[in-house]
Design a protein around this ligand. Structure first.
Ligand SMILES: CC(C)(COP(=O)(O)OP(=O)(O)OC[C@H]1O[C@@H](n2cnc3c(N)ncnc32)[C@H](O)[C@@H]1OP(=O)(O)O)[C@@H](O)C(=O)NCCC(=O)NCCS
Length: 109
C-alpha cells in the first residue's frame, strides 16, 4: 500500500486506487454501501469493485439517480436493480443496485 492510498483509505471511508478510481464507501458488517464512485480510466471501475470485495464485503449496494448513464455500468458489471424510489430532496428517482462477488462480471463484453 502506498502513502497516497493510506491517506485516502481512512475511517472517513474513502478509497483511491492508483489504477484511476476513487470511491467513497461505508462498511457495515459484510455490506459495503458505495456513496460515490468515479473512474478516470476504463478498467479501474471493476478493479475498485474487486478491491471492495477483497477488503471483506460480501455484498455491495449502490444508489444512482435513474437518469445517469452509469446505470448501464452497474448492469454491465452484474449488479441487480432491487429498488427505484423517490427521495424528498430530489424529483429524480433513485435506483438501488446490489452485487455479490459471485455475480460480478469482470470480463470485457
Ligand atoms: C461508472 C464508472 C465508475 C465506470 O468506470 P469504468 O472504469 O469505465 O468501469 P469498468 O472498466 O469497470 O467498466 C467498463 C464497461 O462499463 C461500460 N460503462 C462505463 N461507464 C459507463 C457509462 N457511464 N454508461 C454506460 N456504460 C458505461 C463501458 O462501456 C464498459 O463496457 P465494456 O466492458 O462492455 O466495454 C465511470 O464511468 C465514471 O466514473 N462515471 C462518472 C461518475 C459516475 O457516474 N459515477 C456513478 C454515480 S452513481
Amino acid at each position: 500500500m502506498t502513502l497516497m492510498q493510506m491517506m485516502w483509505d481512512s475511517d472517513a471511508g474513502q478509497v483511491l486506487l492508483e489504477d484511476g478510481c476513487y470511491c467513497s464507501r461505508r462498511r457495515s458488517g459484510d455490506k459495503t454501501t458505495i456513496s460515490e464512485i468515479l473512474s478516470v480510466k476504463k478498467g479501474a471501475g471493476v478493479k475498485m469493485l474487486k478491491h471492495l470485495f477483497d477488503e471483506g464485503a460480501k455484498v455491495l449496494v449502490a444508489r444512482c439517480p435513474s437518469n445517469y448513464a452509469s446505470n448501464r455500468w452497474y448492469l454491465r458489471r452484474g449488479f441487480t436493480l432491487i429498488e427505484t424510489s423517490f427521495t424528498r430532496s430530489s424529483k429524480i428517482p433513485l435506483n438501488t443496485w446490489r452485487l455479490t462477488r459471485q455475480e460480478l462480471q469482470e470480463t470485457p463484453s
